[in-house]
Design a protein around this ligand. Structure first.
Ligand SMILES: CSCCC(=O)C(=O)COP(=O)(O)O
Ligand SMILES: [Mg+2]
Length: 230
């Protein structure tokens, strides 16, 4: 029986377009100025140490670090220090009212319903935990953070690695088969299944793939097929 929902964000609860056409350009525009202004802040400085370690760029050369980060953004690299810094930049945007998180209507409706029906809800995204709390805290449909019991990001491991899902299982202390992982990326579903979790593949647009895997267009279909038996 499914007791826990673990959900991806981009392409699952929220549109790919919001992340790629709004959030990522916002970070690309504001990150250089943010780093120049806040490079001595301990949280920023810690992430810049990690950018230098990971890239081999000179830690003392802020412009070289910024160029590395811009390159990682162009390549959509899911690197923890980039994701942490993007979250800090987006925080300013959400707080100033320049950003509002996108959430699909069906996701909004069922996240609330599943919470109210006693399911425990968790997020697992490549976006940092800060970024996850922001997108769900400042959505166009209100604050969804009260529905979530916890958040996981790349600090627990990459989303295509079975070990990351085993780490999440250790943290949650529940049987793998009681967790339903929702994602739009098949390689992530394969990794979660290798750890014993149940999965649903969200295909929001375009043709449905030929697959043995459970596929849904939206959260209503997930609910009807997998969660009504509870
Ligand atoms: C937390 S919103 C920004 C999401 C993000 O930065 C990203 O790279 C998308 O990752 P996901 O694992 O949600 O597909
Ligand atoms: Mg996704």
């Amino acid at each position: 029986m499914i007791r826990v929902i673990l959900t991806d964000i981009e392409g699952t609860t929220s549109s790919i377009s919001f992340v790629h056409d709004v959030l990522f350009p916002y970070a690309a525009k504001h990150l250089p100025g943010f780093i120049r202004e806040h490079r001595d802040n301990p949280d920023v400085s810690e992430q810049l140490d990690r950018v230098a370690e990971e890239s081999g760029a000179d830690r003392e050369d802020a412009e070289a670090l910024i160029e590395t980060l811009q390159e990682w953004m162009r390549e959509d690299r899911k690197v923890t220090p980039l994701k942490a810094l993007q979250g800090m930049v987006w925080e300013q945007g959400y707080q100033q009212g320049e950003l509002k998180g996108h959430i699909y209507e069906d996701a909004a409706q069922y996240l609330q319903q599943w919470h109210d029906r006693g399911l425990r809800l968790y997020v697992y995204s490549s976006g940092s935990v800060k970024a996850q709390k922001l997108i769900f805290g400042f959505t166009t449909a209100g604050d969804f953070t009260p529905f979530f019991s916890g958040y996981f990001d790349t600090r627990i491991g990459g989303k295509k690695e079975p070990g990351s899902y085993r780490n999440i299982l250790d943290e949650l202390g529940v049987e793998a088969a009681t967790i339903l992982f929702l994602s739009d990326v098949e390689a992530e579903l394969e990794a979660a299944e290798a750890a014993g979790m149940q999965t649903a593949w969200l295909i929001r647009d375009g043709e449905l793939p030929e697959t043995e895997r459970f596929v849904a267009r939206n959260f209503a279909e997930v609910d009807a097929a997998l969660l009504q038996k509870r």
